[in-house]
Design a binder for this molecule. Structure first.
Ligand code: 5GP
Length: 184
């Protein structure tokens, strides 16, 4: 499928700051459209259905898998996450740069399907800083934090499979670099 770098994949371990970078990117470039994923995870305090995620139960999520309604999906730390197909195609057709903020397995699937996509892996300055960021976020219990941290080792080990790996030291700098990559 031809998409002329109209599809941007932002990936990297939980806690690295993908969400903060995404907010910054959306503020800087009005032509970027963020895909809203579906998930079976429970909403966090303050999260809104249809805004942060489409919150589905496992039965509904599996039904959507069977009906081929996801562009990609993956299981992460015990929950399912997936990118709904329909809206992404429509937004690309309408000239938007579509941004996917997803974990590595889904990112690999997208890379295979969309050869012209741009994939960016965000790295933490170091493992200690990653743990600090996850803990300071205060959104997960200890068990979930442990699962996410152990997954992070694997994720970081495959960071070289993406087009660019950027160390996320500072949100402004990271967003600036990504905007440049999108525009070139
Ligand atoms: P969280 O539970 O912290 O919101 O997300 C956990 C992980 O799932 C993060 O790495 C996030 O980027 C990823 N994620 C969110 N939506 C999707 C999706 O649609 N597909 C995939 N593969 N990963 C997703």
């Amino acid at each position: 499928m031809k998409n002329q770098k109209k599809l941007i994949i932002l990936t990297g371990p939980s806690g690295v700051g993908k969400g903060t970078v995404v907010k910054e990117l959306l503020g800087r470039d009005r032509n970027i459209w963020l895909s809203i994923s579906a998930t079976t995870r429970e909403p966090r305090e303050g999260e809104k259905a249809g805004e942060n995620y489409y919150f589905l139960n496992e039965e509904k999520f599996k039904e959507m898998i069977e009906q081929n309604l996801f562009l990609e999906w993956a299981k992460f730390a015990g929950n399912y996450y997936g990118t709904p197909l329909s809206s992404v195609n429509e937004k690309i057709k309408n000239g938007f740069t579509v941004l996917l903020e997803i974990e590595v397995e889904g990112a690999k699937q997208i890379k295979e399907k969309f050869h012209n996509s741009l994939s960016i892996f965000l790295l933490p300055p170091d493992k200690e800083e990653l743990e600090k960021r996850i803990r300071n976020r205060g959104t997960e219990n200890e068990e979930a934090i442990k699962k996410r941290l152990s997954r992070a080792d694997y994720e970081i080990s495959v960071s070289n499979q993406f087009d660019f790996a950027l160390i996320n030291n500072n949100v402004d700098e990271t967003a600036e670099r990504i905007i440049k990559l999108i525009q070139t």
